[in-house]
Write a protein that binds this ligand. Sequence first.
Ligand SMILES: [Zn+2]
Length: 263
Amino acid sequence: MKKIARLAALLFLIGCSTVPITGRKQLSFIPQGELMTLSDQGYKDVLSKATLSTDAASKQKVTDVGQKIATSAETFMKENGMEKDLANYKWEFNLIEDPKTVNAFCMPGGKIVVYTGILPVVQDENGLATVMSHEVAHAIANHGGERMSQELVVQAGGMGLAQLTKSKPALAQQILMQAYGTGTQYAILLPYSRSHESEADHIGLILMARAGYDPKTAVAFWERMSALGGAKPPELLSTHPADSRRVADIQKEIPEAERYYKG
Ligand SMILES: [Zn+2]
């Protein structure tokens, strides 16, 4: 019953928030606490089924560069009065041993995974900073929470939960209950949309520049990624804008990011 009361309360919390750096308004009505609990479970689940890398040097690099970028993001949020948005975040960085997977991902609250398969493409610290900045950007832009909110609206039949709550409260409650069962777990692990990918690229460039990495080096990394295209593109590319367009978009955003780069 406690769960039902909590879900009913949720229906009145429907709202929007603003993405840092880009200023885009996003749909976001999943309370951060709920999102973090789901994300924690999802992350533990992924890690328990994976083989963690035993390459201590690479593991340390992933953690160090990831933490540096996360600190850069926290400073940015504080300077812009948005530190409350990260109140429940707990950054975690793990390297999974899987040479065939050229990928990395991030769950809400700063739970990041890098697969060893991306290390040869990363090549150096700048390449790694590009990947970590992109993932940290997904986290601070709350792309996971937005995707889950969108998912709930889809399940409400495009009606919008606010409207549905007024006209059919029982159905609205049922949809939320379902979503809170398995749906949200699933949504946390779904690939990001193309627009989320582009936004993470943009925010990531600024985060890496602020952390002391030359944002121009991101272009070289994405060029190496797109060179891998071929018959079976790596997952990090499969949900992304066309490779050439992506590199072109990033190139256009370099001058903005360079204003934050002190070299
Ligand atoms: Zn991404």
